[in-house]
Structure formats: C-alpha cells, structure tokens
Design a protein around this ligand. Structure first.
Ligand SMILES: NC(=O)C1=CN([C@@H]2O[C@H](COP(=O)(O)OP(=O)(O)OC[C@H]3O[C@@H](n4cnc5c(N)ncnc54)[C@H](OP(=O)(O)O)[C@@H]3O)[C@@H](O)[C@H]2O)C=CC1
Ligand SMILES: O=CC(=O)O
Length: 324
C-alpha cells in the first residue's frame, strides 16, 4: 500500500506525477492560518511531508504518530526544531548543492547592484529625472579589486569567493568556525576573526545558517566596526542581522548600503523603513529562484523522500542521521 505524504508547496506538474506515482499525496497551498487546522489533522496520519518556506512548529507534529520523514525543498532548515524531530525519530532531509551556484549568482548580483546603485538609478529614469548627464552625487563605487568579507565559508560562501576572486580580482577574507584550505588555496582567501573582517571589508556578505549562535550576529556593535563605505549583503536569513540596528546604520551613514534577499519578517511588510531607503536593494528571497534550480531542488527533495520512506535508506542530504 502506498504511504501518504503531505505536499505544502506548488511543484512542477511532471514532478507532481512522479511524487504521486510513489505516494498518496495530500496537497496544501502553503500553511496559512486558514488551513492550519486541516493541515494539523492531515499530519496526524501522514507518513511524510515535503515543502518549504513555512515554519513547521512542534505542536503541528505532536499528534503525528506515523510521520517518519520530512523533505524540505531548501538547503536551510531553520524552519524546523531539529532536536525535536530527532527525538521523535523523524528524518529531515534538505537540498544542498542543487542551489549553490544560483544563490551565489544572486548574492553577487546584490554586490554589483548596491555598489553601482542599479535599482536607484533605474528608478531615477522611470521617474523622468534623467534630464542631464549624472554627476558625482549619483556615482557608484568599484567592485573589482576591493575586499570582500564572507561570513560562513560553506558551499555558497565558497562559490561567492570563486566569483569574487576569479571574476573581479577581489581580496577575499572569510570567517568560519573551521579552516577551509581549499578556498585559501584556490581563491587566496584569508581566514580572520569576525571583528577584523568587519573592519577591513568593503563588502560584508552573510552566508551562514540561522542558528542560536548566528542570530543577530550583526548588530549595532558590529556595524560600528564596519567602514562607513562598507556594503552589507545578506543572503542568509533575516534574523542573522538585527534589522532595527541595520536600518539605523543605513539611515545615519554608519555604512553605505545594504543588499538584502532575506528579512526578519517575510514577506517584508509594506511599512518597513527599508523600503524608503535609497541605499538598499531589496529582493523577495529569490536566492535560488531560477526555473532550472527550483526544478532541481524539488527533484532532489522528492528523491530524498523516496529514499527515506521507501528504500529505508536516506540520501546523503540527511540533516539528522541521529534520528535513525
Ligand atoms: N537567500 C536564499 O535564497 C538562500 C539562502 N540560503 C542560506 O544560506 C545558508 C548557507 O547555505 P550553504 O552554504 O549551502 O550551507 P553550508 O552548511 O555549506 O555553509 C554554512 C557555513 O557557515 C559556517 N558557520 C556556521 N555557523 C557559523 C558561525 N557561528 N560563525 C561562522 N560561520 C559559521 C559553516 O560551518 P564552518 O564554520 O564549520 O565552516 C559553513 O562554513 C543556508 O543555511 C540558508 O540559510 C541558502 C540558499 C538560498
Ligand atoms: O533560502 C533558501 C534555502 O534553500 O535555504
């Protein structure tokens, strides 16, 4: 008999067929206050779940007696309490690698867009304000030959270092808990303490996971260490930065600009002061959002779920092997 899984994200039609060939699929169009009750009911008897974006809190899983595996269509897994899943013997799997290059491309797009004021000057034209050759008040700053500081030297950090070094002749500094000799050899990257990285970098880029240790890693004190000409790029999670302190730093010239793909609250509320700041470039969490990459992520997540629920042999993308 087929096992039952809950799908809480829209996926390409052919991959839905693949999922349905393996499992009985109960579909929810996301997890919203309106469908939460029905979702919790369905979870009670499901064997697995597949989806992304929405925080899956422990209370939703409390009465789920059959559930054995969750496949998140993302590399980050801060939407889950991993210790709780492990204690319940629920396998969690993610989709690393599939999105590494695409996300690094997005982060580099933010580096260039903030430095060269791409969005701001696009808006200037659309408002009919390009009436004469622009002057120094609209000049950007160079990216090439500058110093990029990458906080979190994993898959995405390393792909970003490659682009910075090989494409833009940038000096690469990084901060991570462990040494990454491959990046040091291949991209002449130098590991340094966080404070030193903040003081020396022209671009400070965040590619760490959101954990208890990284929450508000960058706050008022850290902004004060950065150069007044520095640009912050956050492609990690919104909560890695104290958003209130960042807004103050951007308003008062403590730093020059910020390129942000992630926010404390998503979707970003229309009332956020970030929206009216000209020295920000804002993206709606699209690090991995290309047609090709999102397809690969869904495919990978389905394979993860099949491996965990059918072959009883999880793939290498198993986040909590201790779950057994
Ligand atoms: N904006 C978007 O759409 C996307 C965002 N992301 C985010 O990017 C994150 C990183 O992805 P990925 O590169 O694949 O993950 P990896 O696990 O490969 O890399 C994370 C890196 O951060 C380091 N790290 C962890 N904690 C700390 C800390 N306290 N201080 C310094 N470094 C730390 C890690 O370990 P070590 O220090 O041991 O080297 C590792 O080098 C994801 O968790 C996700 O949140 C991912 C994809 C898309
Ligand atoms: O934010 C996206 C992810 O894959 O993690």
């Amino acid at each position: 008999m087929k096992k039952t899984v809950i799908l809480y994200k829209d996926i390409p039609e052919d991959l839905l067929v693949k999922l349905k060939n393996e499992f009985n699929v109960i579909f929810f169009d996301g997890l919203t206050p309106d469908n939460r009750q029905a979702f919790a009911e369905a979870v009670k008897t499901a064997d697995g779940m597949i989806g992304s974006t929405y925080p899956i809190s422990n209370d939703l899983l409390e009465n789920a007696t059959n559930i054995k595996a969750i496949a998140t269509i993302s590399v980050g897994y801060d939407s889950f309490d991993v210790s709780y899943l492990t204690s319940r013997g629920i396998r969690l799997m993610n989709t690393p690698d599939a999105l590494t290059d695409t996300t690094a491309d997005t982060l580099f797009a933010l580096v260039i867009a903030t430095a060269r004021r791409v969005a701001e000057l696009d808006t200037l034209i659309r408002k009919g304000q390009w009436t004469h050759s622009i002057g120094p008040e609209h000049y950007g700053i160079d990216v090439h030959h500058k110093t990029i500081g990458i906080i979190g030297m994993g898959r995405i950090g390393s792909a970003l270092a490659k682009r910075a070094h090989a494409g833009f002749d940038m000096k690469v500094l990084y901060n991570a808990r462990t040494q990454h000799s491959d990046v040091e050899e291949n991209y002449q990257a130098t590991r340094c303490e966080l404070n030193e990285l903040l003081q020396q970098s022209d671009f400070v880029c965040l590619t760490v996971p959101l954990t208890k240790e990284t929450e508000h890693l960058i706050a008022k004190e850290q902004f004060k260490l950065m150069k007044p000409t520095a640009i912050l790029i956050n492609g990690a999670r919104g909560k890695v930065v104290n958003e209130h302190d960042m807004i103050e730093a951007l308003k008062t010239g403590v730093i020059r600009a910020a390129g942000l793909d992630v926010f404390t609250a998503e979707p970003l509320p229309g009332s956020s002061p970030l929206i009216s700041l000209p020295n920000t470039v804002l993206l709606p969490h699209i690090g991995s959002a290309t047609t090709e990459t999102r397809y690969k992520m869904v495919e990978c997540a389905i394979d993860n779920l099949i491996a965990a629920l059918k072959a009883e042999k999880p793939t290498e993308n198993w986040v909590n092997p201790q779950a057994g």
